[in-house]
Design a protein. Structure first.
Length: 132
């Protein structure tokens, strides 16, 4: 188990952790992760096959079937690769991704989400559905 971050740190549990102090990075395999909000309530949760954590910037790159869910609003991102920036509470998936949220879902390429404000940007929309 590894805890990384300031403010709302991300806690990561993995089958394997390799820490490289000089390079300020941690490599992980078969991981789950979570972060609580300022009140100690669960804020995000997720899992991935692999990860690379930059301990200086608190940037977490996940791959191998990455999934991240912001629990407060029910916003989730599934992608082959995604980057979570714990200091900004943002997630980005440069390739193909699917986003689900209360009342709908979209799939596309180049997804960016601000998890604090639930603002979602998409570079290329493939499909989408919304409840009325």
């Amino acid at each position: 188990t590894l805890s990384v971050g300031e403010g709302m740190p991300i806690e990561i549990s993995a089958r394997e952790l390799k820490v490289f102090l000089a390079e300020e990075k941690v490599l992980i395999e078969e991981c789950t992760f979570r972060s609580d909000d300022e009140n100690g309530e669960p804020f995000i949760t997720g899992h991935a096959g692999y990860g690379r954590i930059d301990t200086a910037t608190r940037e977490c790159e996940f791959s191998g079937g990455a999934y991240l869910e912001q629990l407060r609003d029910g916003l989730s991102v599934t992608a082959d690769e995604l980057t979570f920036r714990s200091r900004e509470n943002t997630v980005e998936a440069p390739g193909d991704a699917e986003v689900t949220f209360e009342g709908g879902r979209i799939s596309g390429r180049g997804i960016f989400a601000d998890l604090t404000s639930s603002v979602l940007e998409i570079g290329e929309l493939y499909s989408g559905e919304m409840d009325r």
